[in-house]
Design a protein around this ligand. Sequence first.
Ligand SMILES: *Cc1c(COP(=O)(O)O)cnc(C)c1O
Length: 392
Amino acid sequence: MSLDQYLNGRLDERRRASLYRARRELGSAQGASVRLGADWLLNFCSNDYLGLANHPQLREAFVAAAARFGVGSGASHLVCGHGEAHHQLELALAAFTGRPRALLFSTGYMANLGTISALLSRKDALLQDKLNHASLIDAGQLSGADLLRFKHNDLTHLQARLTESSATRKLIAVDGVFSMDGDLAPLSALAALAKAHDAWLMVDDAHGFGVLGQCGAGTAEHCGLHGSEVPILMGTLGKALGCFGAFVAGSEALIEALIQFARPYIYTTALPPAVAAASLAALRIVQQEPERRAHLHSLVAHFRALASAAELPIGASTTPIQPLLVGDDARALELSQWLLGQGIWVSAIRPPTVPKGTARLRITLSAAHSLSDVERLVERLAAGCKQLQVTL
Ligand SMILES: *Cc1c(COP(=O)(O)O)cnc(C)c1O
């Protein structure tokens, strides 16, 4: 069989299952509305939670840093790619998260791969929530550790898993905010369980960082937990911070160990310095403009109140990630298509990104939205669900 015959077979199978993915070309910056072809659509699928991706201060910081440092970083951090802009950002992230050190990674995916594979090897155990992000799952595979999954947010199941494992080193890894459901990990209970079982706790806060907590430092801050309870904190810069990249924050020893042993840190080109400079500008806005978070949370509350009143099948999430459960893959896709026709962009999320039978529209709210944007969304969702007979 030729390569193309083989691949076309797999592609056809995916099409038949209504699981085929296609990209759409955006003709504008991120924002409450984005341009697709000739149309401007209300955008409810971006992770730009604070509306910073096209903020003038970020653009200015980016341009100024490009003027000073150029575009490419030239090499990996350990060769000659680690610049002042990266370093300043690491210092600021450490201070902001209340950790001794922070280390920049090129992406969140790589931060997870690098961290878990540096900390664990064969004979160690990695305990993961069933709904963890794909990058944590892949990180476990790469590390060679024993992979133990526990049912979503099920502490009893986790406890049983911890008890049955005879590994000397155990790492519990969870999403702080689950990316497709928007619910939170029970971090305080997880930290207590980790302590009782002499395990380490890692939180991937891709969706909490910048959004949750009084200062926006994320899920750990929201739960009142410190470095001793969450010793490994990963955050991303491509979502609420509107930029690109990621970091791990923790102890001196953790960061030095990652610099020595995390292969996805060592063997890759450093982020463009201008991206780091823009992230630093974003971090300042997160710190100085709490009203962005306040507005975002009021949008979430408004959405939930309206969606409940309209009897839409929403979940229990109190974060800007609001899933609308559809179940059937083709139906989810149809609803998403229908909404596009109405000028509203919400992406359908299907397996394998979510478990079978739980296809959904993943609605994300942003501080860039207005209350009336949310009202329009709910009104159209209700009409679409009625038309396509999607019910609770
Ligand atoms: C987006 C995401 C990542 C990956 O981060 P990138 O910087 O986009 O590579 C990791 N974990 C979670 C939970 C995410 O949602």
